[in-house]
Design a protein around this ligand. Structure first.
Ligand code: ATM
Length: 225
């Protein structure tokens, strides 16, 4: 398994902000494959209406969508370092072209996955090291972090029983999803101010109500957890 979770010094420096905070609210959804992120991101977006902007990772820009196709292609072999760099390249474009401008206009940006996916999948599950992947992404994104990260927690066996899946990473099976789930648990526990852990093995409407409450709390400046 990869390096440790974020060191205290790094987490503190990043929380303090290397880049000035912008207006708006940046909400991300995280979780293993088939945890319901995409459904919940859509429901939140619909609930917020025009003030919301939905994005997905990787994707959302010309480069990002092409990188997405490459990363999802089942027959392309990609080594872990290149995989991490490709996700970060797509993320960098999305931050500069879409997310930051929308936040500066005061919108609520809702992203289906962000930097924490790279920490969990590439940093921890692929063994590249969470600190290393974090630093590389900090450079790629100019230090943009979500205001609120919703973690949809579900047992990997229960998630596997749900329909869907099938791309290159999803096809790697339960062992990878278990490592990723453990990584998410540690990341969420290490920064309770940003993360909100929600039990995802429940009806979508129940989860949505908790998501809305967490977003309201984040807007009011209250701790997310
Ligand atoms: P979706 O589940 O959101 O479609 O993402 C596709 C895959 O990309 C997903 N695989 N599985 N299981 C998670 C993976 N991924 C990473 O490994 N690192 C990242 O930084 C991102 C954004 C996604």
């Amino acid at each position: 398994m990869g390096g440790g979770m974020l060191g205290h010094a790094t987490a503190t420096a990043f929380a303090a902000g290397t880049v000035a905070r912008v207006a708006g609210l940046f909400v991300t959804f995280e979780g293993i494959d088939r945890s319901g992120k995409t459904t919940q991101a859509r429901m939140l977006c619909e609930a917020l209406g025009n003030q919301a902007l939905a994005v997905r990772e990787p994707g959302g820009t010309a480069v990002g969508e092409r990188v997405r196709d490459l990363l999802k292609e089942p027959h392309v072999e990609i080594a872990p370092h290149a995989e991490a760099l490709l996700f970060a390249a797509a993320r960098s474009e999305l931050c500069r072209q879409v997310i930051r401008p929308a936040l500066e206009q005061g919108r609520v940006v809702i992203s289906d996955r962000f930097l924490d996916s790279s920490l969990a999948y590439q940093g921890e599950a692929r063994g590249l090291g969470v600190e290393e992947v974090f630093e590389m992404n900090r450079w790629a994104t100019d230090g943009l972090l979500p205001d609120l990260t919703i973690y949809l927690a579900i047992d990997p066996h229960a998630a596997a029983a749900r329909a869907g899946g099938g791309d290159r990473i999803e096809g790697e099976g339960l062992a990878l999803q278990e490592r990723v789930a453990q990584a998410y648990e540690r990341l969420a526990a290490a920064d309770a101010g940003r993360w909100r852990r929600i039990d995802a093995d429940r009806p979508a409407e129940e989860i949505h109500a908790e998501v809305l409450a967490a977003v309201d709390a984040a807007r009011a400046g209250a701790p997310a957890a």
